[in-house]
Write a protein that binds this ligand. Structure first.
Ligand SMILES: *Cc1c(COP(=O)(O)O)cnc(C)c1O
Length: 392
């Protein structure tokens, strides 16, 4: 099919819920993707932070193919090796104690919220179920995670929402204390706010939140759906904040492009969700888990160090271009935000770049880059050249 045919068919038969860019994609290699007509695009998006190993990675394709031929799905009523191994690796590399596997970020966060409320219910009974989240956060699109999201634009249309969330400004300990109360059971936050505009929290603030949580027996819930799995240059961002969250959620990059997510709990929280209290049919799918194992194998300490270096290189190079529309960059590793100067429109900039052959994202008030973690220097330089030509 041609791009135009794909677009027309989508318009006719797929529900119109996305503001899509006018590009159909057909295949890819590394951090480069192609439309059906063979036009090339450098990918600074990873399908919103998902394709950590880029496109067509040989080991990834082989592992998936092999596992699909052996066993594609069996449910969680039986044991399978790939999920057990993936859970072991994740725990051993982070210091967390156990994993629950699910399928998407919003769903993982639902599990995290359930765990926090049950922890408190088991210990203190009813009435202590409020979770404080941060303003400008993003936690998902379910009725509950929309409410967990600290942005009013998301609290619309779908009433009634789930009760029990209060919001505090990020990096403001006084605001958190003000939101506190006898009804609170947890604080939930992204360490680098992704959709909100790539805003890393201050180290000191995070340490103070950790202390407050310990003092009041609030669970510290960390949403690493976007920042996890090597994106920031460590396996999880919490490792750069000297933190061991009570519960942490992950998703996007975990299986390098297949739908998988989950939560990890520390020793204190390992038995809160007991048999019959939480489940999902597709969770821990062996093909997804086999893909996850390849991702974990690739993300060695040396590889993660390179992610940091690549991120620094991209940020320095973008700032050195001195483009009229761009201000400062920010972020961690290959999770990068670019300030868009007043008078320029982020959507127009994205469309211009995509039209010129560079896929980019927007977030909050600016641009966002989430390239595949395997992106090469040549691909980064190609992308930078496109940026210079299209926006100079
Ligand atoms: C993407 C994202 C989610 C939602 O994940 P889905 O897989 O789309 O449900 C939740 N939290 C954060 C931080 C995200 O970036």
């Amino acid at each position: 099919m041609t791009s135009n045919e794909i677009k027309a068919l989508t318009g006719q038969y797929v529900m119109n819920t996305y503001g899509r860019f006018p590009v159909a994609l057909d295949h890819g290699c590394g951090a480069t993707v192609y439309d059906p007509e063979g036009n090339e695009y450098i990918d600074f998006t990873s399908g919103i932070g998902v394709t950590a190993l880029g496109y067509g990675d040989e080991a990834w394709v082989e592992a998936i193919t092999k596992q699909a031929g052996k066993l594609g799905h069996v449910s969680n009523l039986f044991y399978t090796e790939p999920a057990a191994k993936l859970a072991e690796i994740l725990c051993k590399r982070t210091g967390e104690s156990c994993v629950f596997f699910a399928n998407g970020g919003g769903e993982a966060n639902e599990g995290m919220i359930k765990l926090a409320r049950k922890y408190s219910f088991d210990k203190y009974g009813k009435g202590r179920s409020t979770i404080i989240t941060l303003k400008n956060s993003f936690h998902g699109r379910t009725i509950t995670t929309l409410m967990a999201t600290g942005q009013e634009v998301f609290h619309n249309y779908f009433f009634p929402f789930t009760e029990g969330f209060r919001y505090a400004a990020a990096n403001d300990l006084a605001a958190l204390e003000e939101a506190a109360g006898d009804d609170v059971c947890a604080v939930m936050m992204e360490l680098v706010q992704g959709e909100g505009g790539v805003l890393p929290l201050d180290y000191g603030y995070v340490q103070a939140v950790k202390k407050l949580c310990q003092e009041r027996d609030w669970l510290l819930l960390v949403d690493e759906v976007q920042s996890g799995v090597g994106r920031t240059g460590s396996l999880f961002a919490f490792q750069q904040y000297d933190l061991l969250p009570d519960v942490v959620s992950f998703a996007k990059g975990i299986a390098g492009g297949l739908p998988m997510s989950g939560i990890m709990a520390n020793e204190k929280c390992r038995n809160v969700l007991s048999p019959g209290t939480h489940a999902t049919t597709f969770g821990a799918n062996p093909v997804c888990a086999a893909a996850g194992l390849v991702v974990q194998e690739r993300l060695s300490d040396a590889f993660l160090e390179e992610v940091k270096e690549k991120g620094a290189y991209l940020r320095e190079s973008i700032e050195a271009l001195n483009l009229p529309c761009f201000g400062k960059t920010r972020g961690m590793g290959l999770m990068i935000g670019i300030e868009v100067k007043e008078g320029y429109d982020k959507g127009q900039i994205a469309n211009k770049l995509i039209d010129a052959g560079l896929l980019v994202l927007t977030a909050g008030p600016g641009m966002r880059l989430l390239p595949p973690l395997v992106i090469t220097k040549e691909e980064m330089d190609k992308g930078l050249a496109i940026m210079k030509k299209a926006l100079g």
